[in-house]
Design a protein around this ligand. Sequence first.
Ligand code: CDP
Ligand code: MG
Length: 752
Amino acid sequence: MTSFLRPGQQSASAFGLAFDVDRDAGGAGAAPVFNKNERLAISEQRRRLPIYAHRTELLYLVEGHATTVVVGETGSGKTTQVPQYLHEAGWTQGGKLVACTQPRRVAAMTVASRVAEEMGCRLGQDVGYSIRFEDVSTPGVTRVRFCTDGVLLREMMDDPLLLKYSCVMVDEAHERSLATDVLLGLLKKIQRRRPDLRVIISSSTIEAEKMARFFDTSNVRRPRAHAEGVQQGAAPSRSPALLSVEGRTHNVQVHYLEAPASDYIQAAVETAVNIHREDLPGDILIFLTGQDECEAAVKLLDEEGRRLQRSRLKLRMQAVALYAGLPAAHQLGVFEPAPRGVRKVVVATNIAETSVTLEGTVYVIDSCFAKQRCYNPLTGLESLLIAPISKASAAQRAGRAGRVRPGHCLRLCTEGDFEQKLPATTVPEMQRSDLSGTVLQLKSLGIDNIMHFEWLAPPPAEASGWLGGWLGGRAGRRGGGVVTMIRALESLHALGALDGDARLARPLGAQMADLPLDPVLARMLLAAGQMGCTAKVLTVVAMLSVQSVWAPGGRRGVDEAKARFAVAEGDLVTYLNVWRGWEESGRSKKWAIENHVMHRSMLRAADIRNQLQAHLRRQGIKQASALEGATSFDHDEELETVRKALAAGMFINAAKLTEELTVKLSDQADTGASVYRLVRSAGGSAAAVKLRIHHSSVLFRCRPQWVCFYAAEQNDSGWYEMRDVLAIESGWLTELAGHVYKMVPLNPQMRR
Ligand code: CDP
Ligand code: MG
């Protein structure tokens, strides 16, 4: 039984829910309650937001300052109101646009749709959004545009000074996503050339000073010649203004577990079911770490819901998952209010952590974990790691319960663990990522001296946080940041994107930068163009761009389904078989369910595939010959060509089987897993890395001698587990990447 302590109390109730609940949810509290029945007129809702009192002041500051930093608690109206104020005040006249960037797609979509509603227009007209692979805006009509930070960066490739925009609001800047950090550096550069551009940054209190200092250029001489197309006029002050808005927070009561839970998925489901069984009103939002967990929890909740239907509860429970790999339309569907008589339980990853409002939410159940990117520049491996979130993230998650009414946040850990084990803030993504994609983008924007690029905070001088444990003192004082940058330059050079002088190689590097993909996938596609197998590689790349192809469920069911498609060449070729099956079924949902394939992932992959195809067409890259099928192979040579094209992107992550065995794994009693080692490591840290094939791979029980892998996950014991594995032949490495592998002596553990 999952028991929570009442704040300030020692014991839990028999139901495991010991806190005082407001049975008339949302009824208490002085703040206005907007429920469906007694909805205030939208204009009245807008006037009641705390930021409304600062409207004039904000516009005055923006007028007079190149940069304005807005600080305000969640719910004060920053995201939805500031872009509208700017629009109303005339910043979108003369054909200019106001942009508001979000670190996450789902935030950009839902906020845009809310603002369109507030402005009384259709989404995609005056108000639109733009996310990778999807643009819902109308050129010449759209005035306010919500987009992901990554999309705005991409736009700079065509419009380096962002001349289309009069104002750019960088929202949730304190989240410090990699793209936000790059964007901040570039905006600062643009400001030197465009005094007419206004930058508005919304940030938490802790980071606000840092942001303001970063943008303060009052002591820097401005270049005399301004760029073409830039309006001249009275220059605004180059010292940033700071505006602080008091929040209107509804009270969110936080509860902790009495004793640690051994399985947070189980605990989350149990807690939700307890709330439901108590017949307490209000929707529930659960935070887990990834797609698999979300889908598994939804399945469990559905089962419980069916069981409970016989008891006479007022509400019916309906569980839905929300994660990045879902098609956009599905994500938006999650935000629809629950029908009468239904309690919605949304099971989300951290994509629902900031910016979004799930209106009926009264309870947040927080696992306090997230899948986080982790990069070790010494081994050159980026991996995903399930790690405790920061206290700052936990506060954001709790805030999702207090958006429109008072709520509760139930954290699935003890208060002691929360205080002691969770770091105060999240390490900026830039400091724990492979920077090759970023460096490629900067290079393609003509920023050649990337070592001198102005970052809000430079790549870590020393590895920080939990990454520090990995690196120990090894990165030395010279700095992990330098190592990370050098690593990025090296791998871009290996991929052929940079020439010997670390300049953008033409045309290959420019073409790679132009594709909205990471350099590895971009390289695969371009290699396929040269080798004449674009159609198939497009399919693989699209499938790799969605999180998970297989439906959750008992391992056996999925394994059996996989066996129907699996081939000895590995996961990537297996995906082609899945795609063919799905296509031949007429993209049937029934087919997907029967084959344990996630229909929604397939839809998204199809979407991505179309978009990428359009990109290639625009770039003039040779498309498949009429004879090439999208999946079926006419002869073995064709299969080999496809594998080679894939390997041409992934060769850096090549690994070779060794004779070693790991200790027995608990879940497969009879075998130890085979150990692989990176081929590229000529001694050093990379040589020490031990890898094994992840159990989700179709090659898990095979032991191919040589493999390439697209992604790795690190488990608790520090092991790297390879996902999306392709079996290769050793000769290909020297054939495709002789410049990398010719020179490298075999790592001693590999000699036999
Ligand atoms: O950005 P910030 O957290 O300051 O607030 P916001 O996203 O602009 O939202 C302000 C308020 O608008 C929320 O607290 C909700 O009351 C309301 N809102 C809503 O009801 N539905 C949405 N989709 C978005 C916002
Ligand atoms: Mg916001």
